[in-house]
Design a protein around this ligand. Structure first.
Ligand SMILES: Nc1nc2c(ncn2[C@@H]2O[C@H](COP(=O)(O)OP(=O)(O)OP(=O)(O)O)[C@@H](O)[C@H]2O)c(=O)[nH]1
Ligand SMILES: [Mg+2]
Length: 361
């Protein structure tokens, strides 16, 4: 059996097994095997697409990158042309776009890179269409736009599964599970709450699958086997997503069957586009960081726009004059400072509205 068939067989077995505490052990092992097979397949795909090159190797630019994922002909190219300076080919037939087309959208002081891609179809991860290349671009996104056609609500579930299967976790936080490896004495399981899905009989074999036999594992919440495997695999990406329903000009609004919170637009008429721009900006969670010049006043009108969670190091990297090389320490005023003018190092996490002054050697 090839990798694809083995994956399919395990998926079927998981689907056909009723989940409860008694079967969690079995399911856990199946999930671990599945994760490994998918990892192998992703590696193969990455090698292949690196060799073929072929228009998917786009460099990240601007303050953040938004990737559009959707079935063929839902209007991705029409939308990128509306949002950005890009000129992506539009046509009434499917698979018009054959490679990754970048554009830049300026909004709220941020330069946001938007990527248009070929249409995705069910089975993308198995290599259908340019599926694997598309999904590997999606992994690099700071925000994913799931673009749907107002006549096809069922596309949503298919796209979510394709993204999930290549390790993209949408709107999820990384599981708070910490593992400290030991040398002997077996595994000790600790938990902040009562575990209702996982028993030690399920946890230990999964850890063993990953070569961990001794040490401590601590669960910060009532997690499932999938969450544990995500942590063990370690290559998951936690990305936010917006669901966008295009062509509402044809349906007069978002029809029933689409997820709650979806944004209705018409890329053709321009309806809903301003709202979408705003939602993209907010979805990316930017913050404004101000620099204190050696002399003179802080320029409150010209913040540096950075992603939430950025550190002093990220800040220094963004300044062209080699701040990182000569860095000694920084002084910080604002929400992230314990007291005003606090002296901090490169790993200090900044917050919206902070003022920073970098002291060099
Ligand atoms: N009625 C209507 N038609 C639209 C809208 N947006 C796009 N279209 C049409 O839908 C068709 C496909 O548009 P594209 O932008 O090429 O779609 P795509 O998703 O990029 O397609 P692929 O590149 O093939 O994946 C074209 O005929 C567009 O004119 C819209 O908001 N309303
Ligand atoms: Mg297109």
């Amino acid at each position: 059996m090839g990798v694809d068939e083995r994956i399919k067989a395990i998926e079927d077995e998981i689907r056909n097994t009723k989940r409860h505490k008694g079967t969690e052990h079995h399911i856990g092992l199946l999930l671990a095997k599945l994760a490994k097979l998918r990892r192998d397949r992703t590696h193969q795909a990455a090698k292949k697409s690196a060799m073929s090159g072929g228009g998917f190797d786009i460099r990240k630019e601007g303050d953040a990158t938004v990737v559009m994922v959707g079935f063929p002909s839902v209007g991705k190219s029409t939308l990128i042309n509306r949002l950005t300076n890009a000129k992506s080919k539009i046509a009434a037939y499917e698979f018009t776009t054959l490679e990754c087309i970048p554009g830049i959208m300026e909004y709220g002081g941020a330069s946001i890179q938007v990527l248009d891609l070929p249409g995705i179809i069910a089975g993308a991860q198995d290599g259908k269409g340019r599926g694997r290349e598309i999904l590997s671009v999606a992994r690099k996104a700071d925000l994913i736009l799931i673009l749907l056609d107002s006549s096809s609500p069922w596309h949503h579930g298919i796209i979510i599964k394709e993204l999930q299967d290549v390790g993209i976790r949408l709107g999820q936080k990384p599981p708070r599970i910490s593992i400290k490896k030991g040398i002997k004495g077996g595994m000790r399981i600790h938990s902040a709450v009562r575990l209702t899905h996982l028993t030690p009989q399920a946890v230990i074999p999964i850890l063993n699958e990953y070569g961990i036999h001794n040490g401590d594992i601590t669960f910060g919440d009532d997690y499932r086997a999938e969450d544990l495997i995500d942590v063990l695999e370690g290559n998951r990406v936690y990305t936010r997503a917006l669901v966008v329903v295009n062509k509402v000009d044809k349906t007069g609004g978002i029809p029933p069957g689409f997820p709650h919170g979806a944004i209705g637009i018409s890329a053709e008429s321009g309806e809903g586009i301003e709202e979408l721009r705003k939602a993209i900006f907010h979805g990316l969670e930017f913050m404004r960081i101000y620099t204190k010049p050696r002399t003179g006043e802080i320029k409150w009108g010209e913040p540096m726009i950075m992603r939430n969670g950025s550190t002093v190091e990220d800040f220094c990297k963004r300044i062209p004059k080699g701040f990182l090389k000569g860095f000694r320490y920084a002084l910080v005023w604002g929400k992230s400072a314990k007291f005003q003018g606090q002296r901090v190092g490169l790993d200090h996490v900044l917050q919206d509205g902070d003022v920073i002054y970098v002291v060099k050697k």
